[in-house]
Write a protein that binds this ligand. Structure first.
Ligand code: DAH
Length: 357
């Protein structure tokens, strides 16, 4: 019996395939197999012999059967592994880059500006691009004869023949949203108003459509100091340059009193613009304390409330921050320009995650 066991167990472990295994099964435990024949001989044995040989033969048969099925499973595993090797696929390969477009610098900068002012408690407000004379001018203390009206290079719409109401205008600045926001919300209020504005002008730094962002903060205890802090805080965050330096220069706007223009320190050395160093100054925005007449036009009592406002060119600060030399290219829809100056579609500017990565 030991000889039989040695013979078949080693033959089974060396079997090359399922057919060889089947042959071995027939030879060992098939109807006429060696183990089966031995079992038939049990009948000729004495009861004592049978008591020893019977269980031993059964055990041998079981052992051979389980060796057969273990080997069968091992052969199947090996075959599967062989097949998997030929069907192997590396799913860890990086995906092929696919262009899904880029974010335009104007959108990017609008998002950056919004993220910074949102962090200081400003909400975003919007107004129409086709605006009435009243909101664009009169309510902002720019009456009909005022030279600022002429300076704005305004696009006027046409009224129908015989309609003598003043024409609507393409808004020349985002300041009318100040009035609309005051009317809608009253005081206190803190909003920024980004959007498109229009002026008849065209050269390297002027296009007939461009973008501004207006800021407005009104409360019972607001001063120039608050304005200065907010703007400095904004510039530090926006330009992402250590030691950005601002200069507040006295100026005049009809809708603010006093008024200040804000310049940023820069250098043009070697023909490239660097912020925060050098002896040049670049104007980036207009600002001031909201004129009492403007508060009144917005339905807010100037005896009780006061506030600051500012207006900034979005395209202009985009050019400064990202070193873009010509404003006109912003609106050419040239794909090469967009790919060069654009931003990844899925990067959202945030103060935590980084404004511009
Ligand atoms: N509206 C002005 C412009 O378009 C910019 C501006 C200046 C806005 C001063 C303001 C301000 O709110 O206070 O040139």
């Amino acid at each position: 019996m030991d000889d039989l066991r040695d013979k078949y167990i080693s033959a089974i472990s060396g079997a090359a395939d399922e057919a060889a295994l089947e042959d071995l099964r027939v030879q060992a435990v098939g109807k006429k197999g060696e183990v089966s024949l031995k079992m038939r001989e049990l009948g000729k044995m004495t009861p004592e012999e049978r008591q020893v040989a019977g269980p031993a033969l059964n055990a041998l048969k079981d052992e051979i059967n389980s060796a057969l099925s273990a080997k069968k499973a091992a052969l199947a595993d090996a075959a599967l592994n062989e097949r998997l090797k030929t069907e192997w696929l590396d799913v860890s390969l990086p995906a092929r880059e696919r262009r899904v477009g880029t974010i335009h610098p104007v959108s990017q900068v609008s998002e950056e500006v919004t993220a910074i002012f949102a962090d200081m408690g400003f909400a975003v407000a919007e107004g129409p691009q086709i605006e009435s004379d009243w909101y664009n001018f009169d309510a902002l203390n720019i009456p009909g004869h005022h030279p600022a009206r002429a300076e704005m290079d305004t696009f006027y719409t046409h009224r129908a023949e015989g309609d003598n109401r003043p024409p609507h205008v393409l808004r020349t600045h985002t300041s009318p949203v100040q009035i609309r926001s005051m009317e809608a919300q009253g005081a206190p209020i803190r909003v920024i108003c980004p959007g498109r504005v229009y002026r008849a002008d065209y050269d390297q730094t002027h296009t007939p459509m461009f973008h501004q962002v207006e800021g407005l903060a009104i409360d019972t205890d607001i001063s120039m100091a608050n304005l200065k802090w907010v703007l400095e805080e904004f510039c530090r965050a926006f330009f992402e340059v250590d030691g950005v330096e601002l200069r507040f220069r006295a100026s005049h706007f009809p809708f603010t009193e006093p008024s200040a223009e804000v310049d940023i320190r820069c250098s043009w050395e070697g023909g490239t613009l660097k912020l925060g160093e050098g002896d040049d100054w670049l104007e980036i925005l207009g600002s001031g304390m909201v004129h009492p007449k403007v508060l009144e036009a917005g339905g807010i009592d100037p005896a009780k409330y006061q506030g600051f406002a500012f207006g900034m060119g979005i395209d202009r600060i985009a050019m400064l921050k990202y070193g873009i030399p010509d404003l006109r290219a912003f609106f050419d829809s040239d794909l090469r320009w967009l790919r060069h100056y654009g931003f990844a579609a899925l990067d959202q500017p945030s103060l935590q995650g980084g404004l511009s990565r």
